[in-house]
Design a protein around this ligand. Structure first.
Ligand code: MN
Length: 193
């Protein structure tokens, strides 16, 4: 299967100043494109030649896993944002957040603290288990919670390429800035599925 570069659901300057057009140009336009190209180059004549992205993520190792997961993770990450953000979780999702973390502000604090404390590159994930119970997963490099049976709901990218042009070394400032562009309607749909 040849994977196509996904389409961004908004203009490249739409998330500024939280994420600048320059960062989107490099992060989406260069890094994600490279993961798509690498994956397509690695797949021919392997058992994963006709597999879906999710199947590859659950079963592959090494370069094929790394590039497939980075395509999935970035598509999921960039589709969690909207220029018209600033909303808050509501309904059953808010109740699940309250049950797991106390309240929404406590969740945000813990999510940012866990993302900030990942050593090197990785992703911090909000996930649900089969009983819709929420937890936070700290994952190195391209690691994805689908491999451990969790359903991802939200992720922040803590690779330096995600924030260095705009925030330099200030990873916690970058993570704290992201809340105003989260599309909670999409996170809610992922939770209810
Ligand atoms: Mn990234």
């Amino acid at each position: 299967m040849k994977f196509e570069m996904p389409i961004l659901p908004y203009e490249k300057n739409a998330l500024a100043p939280v994420i600048s057009e320059e960062t989107v140009n490099f992060h989406w336009g260069k890094h994600v494109q490279a993961y798509v190209n690498n994956l397509n180059n690695l797949l021919p004549n392997t058992p994963f030649e006709r597999a879906s992205l999710e199947e590859i993520i659950k079963k592959a190792e090494g370069g094929i896993f790394n590039n497939a997961a980075q395509v999935w993770n970035h598509t999921f990450y960039f589709h969690s944002f909207t220029p018209k953000g600033g909303s808050r979780p509501t309904g059953d999702l808010l109740q699940a957040i309250n049950a797991a973390f106390g309240n929404f502000d406590e969740f945000k604090k813990q999510f940012v603290a866990d993302g900030a404390s990942i050593f090197g590159s990785g992703w911090v994930w909000l996930v649900k288990d089969a009983d819709k119970k929420l937890s936070i997963v700290k994952a190195p490099n391209a690691e994805n919670p689908l491999r451990n049976g969790f359903t991802p709901l939200l992720t922040f990218d803590v690779w330096e390429h995600a924030y260095y042009l705009d925030y330099q070394n200030r990873r916690p400032d970058h993570l704290n800035s992201l809340w105003v562009i989260i599309n909670w309607d999409i996170i809610n749909e992922r939770f209810l599925k």
